[in-house]
Design a binder for this molecule. Structure first.
Ligand code: NAI
Ligand code: MG
Length: 503
């Protein structure tokens, strides 16, 4: 509704390859074959850059879910995957990674069309991230091992005892819409390395790249039934997956609300559960920094992916001596993150994923204003058909406001002043979440003190949202349970068996 109204928000034309993929019939990927649903229900695929419906996917029925779980169950129980040589599992996974790499450009475009993120960002972040998840975990297929352990209470030589690691079984994996392919690969990679079989469900807003991934699963040479990919709504298909008696483990990334529900629903059959949930991550700026470069970093921490990031740096704490300068710097840097249609090569962010998310984010901005917050920059949406929201900085906030307490999941940061390390440590921890935190300082002692004080699964120093597959990732408090990635990531897909033999 301001100067951006003169900029065109027209989405660019799709490539022929992308259009051909979108034109496919809605199908489910079960037992390495494309199969029709048991009913006619479908879900519209919308391009959030234009608000246009560009395809449809199956809205899986209970019977569809049951078929996918049965396929995964049979594939697990006869050992067609877990019984292979680890080298064979590793090589199949690496073939899948190579195939994704060979189709990287199409994946990036489909992600841009479906999610709204810039194709350039998908190509630089999402697709390489997905590939490295698979390559890192492929190596673990041959490195999972138990140990021989001397008993403590028995004399030496009377028993022989050892532990073995075994795959947990059939895994139901439910992923969100903010990094669709990356989240899908982050989920399937450790499960496959461990020898598990899978039913994967992408989010109803962003199913397209998971379906493209399914094409490559068969081509990579996975036995039928090892990776099944179904599309559908959360409260129906997702719920069926979570409650299914033949599922052994659930891995979920999404909202804290649904994570809690899934945790409860999994209890009846004591399924193993890992949850990666919401966040309200602090970004702490100490007074000794170079303000210009740190302000750009703080802007990136919240505005990357339009703030639709579980570890988004959505609470900015700047020391009172530099607060105004930091806010000024973040406001200036926000121009770089102005939203554009996802296929526009000049854009660094796109629209939000959906009308629902747009309404939620704009609702938070309005609530913040009503509660007395001031808008330092943004606070509005460009006039366009897609779901664009301008990068927004709110000041004059207090810890009671919903914009400070709740996850907004949009390009909105709330900024507060602090006086000293003790105060900022307690402000940073004044949240039910504990996923990530960024600390910006040149002083090593301050860095280490804050890294120790802040209750979060990951603390970044002089950077934000740096993710590496070798490092465990997950949440303290209500940001989740369990860890993904790294050695801990594979452990989440393994049971430990002790064997004790009397000699
Ligand atoms: P959501 O948590 O409802 O959806 C995430 C996934 O869970 C989707 O695949 C969905 O189909 C599935 N799901 C939904 N209800 C389910 C159920 N009853 N049983 C099993 N699976 C179910 O998230 P939504 O509604 O898309 O977004 C709402 C808010 O959640 C966002 O505004 C954001 O705050 C947060 N969120 C956090 C994410 C993260 O990365 N931590 C990712 C997506 C959303
Ligand atoms: Mg939901």
């Amino acid at each position: 509704m301001n100067e951006t109204a003169t900029v065109s928000f027209e989405q660019l034309a799709y490539s022929q390859a992308a259009q051909a993929f979108l034109d496919r019939e809605p199908r489910l990927f079960i037992n390495n074959a494309w199969t029709a649903s048991s009913h006619d229900a479908t879900i519209a695929v919308e391009d959030p850059s234009s608000g246009r419906i560009v395809s449809r996917v199956v809205d899986a029925s209970d019977r569809d879910v049951d078929r996918a779980v049965a396929a995964a169950r049979a594939a697990f129980d006869d050992g067609r995957w877990s019984g292979l040589a680890p080298m064979a599992r590793e090589r199949t996974m690496n073939r899948l990674a190579d195939l994704i790499e060979a189709h990287a450009d199409l994946f990036a475009e489909l992600e841009a069309i479906d999610n709204g993120k810039p194709k350039g960002m998908a190509g630089a972040v999402d697709i390489p991230g997905a590939i490295s998840q698979i390559r890192f975990m492929a190596g673990w297929a041959s490195k999972v091992a138990g140990e021989t352990t001397a008993p403590y209470t028995l004399p030496a030589g009377k028993v022989f005892s050892y532990t073995v690691k075994e795959p947990v079984g059939v895994c139901a994996q439910i992923v969100p819409w903010n990094f669709p392919l990356l989240m899908a690969c982050l989920k399937i990679a450790p499960a496959l390395a461990a020898g598990c079989t899978i039913v994967l469900k992408p989010a109803e807003q962003t199913s397209i790249t998971a379906l493209k991934l399914a094409d490559l699963v068969a081509e990579a040479g996975f036995p039928a039934g090892v990776v099944n990919i179904i599309t559908g709504n959360g409260h129906t298909a997702g719920d069926r997956m979570v409650k299914h008696p033949d599922v052994d483990k659930i891995a979920f990334t999404g909202s804290t609300e649904i994570g809690k529900l899934i945790n409860r629903n999994a209890t009846a059959t004591m399924k193993r559960v890992t949850l990666e949930l919401g966040g309200k991550s602090p970004v702490v700026v100490m007074p000794d920094v170079d303000v210009a470069s740190v302000a750009a970093g703080a802007a990136g921490a919240i505005f990357f992916n339009s703030g639709q990031v579980c570890i988004a740096g959505s609470r900015l704490f700047a020391h009172k001596s530099i607060f105004d300068e930091v806010i000024e710097g973040v406001a200036q840097a926000s121009a770089f993150w102005a939203p554009r249609p996802s296929l526009d090569p000049a854009g660094h962010t796109g629209p939000l994923v959906s009308r629902e998310q747009f309404d939620r984010v704009m609702g938070y901005i309005e609530a913040g204003k009503r509660d007395g917050a001031s808008v330092a920059v943004g606070g509005d949406a460009p006039a366009a058909d897609g779901y664009y929201v301008n990068p927004t900085v709110l000041v004059d906030v207090n810890p009671q406001m919903s914009v400070v307490r709740e996850e907004i999941f949009g390009p909105v940061v709330v900024a507060q002043r602090f006086e000293d390390l003790d105060e900022v440590a307690s402000m940073a921890n004044d949240t039910c979440f504990g996923l990530g935190a960024g600390v910006w300082t040149r002083d090593l002692a301050t860095m280490h003190k804050l890294a120790a004080r802040i209750k979060a699964g990951t603390v970044w120093g002089n950077c934000h949202a740096m993710i590496d597959t070798a490092l465990p990732f997950g949440g303290y408090k209500q940001s989740g349970s369990g860890r993904e990635q790294g050695r801990q990531g594979i452990n989440a897909y393994l049971e430990t068996k002790s064997v004790i033999i009397q000699l």
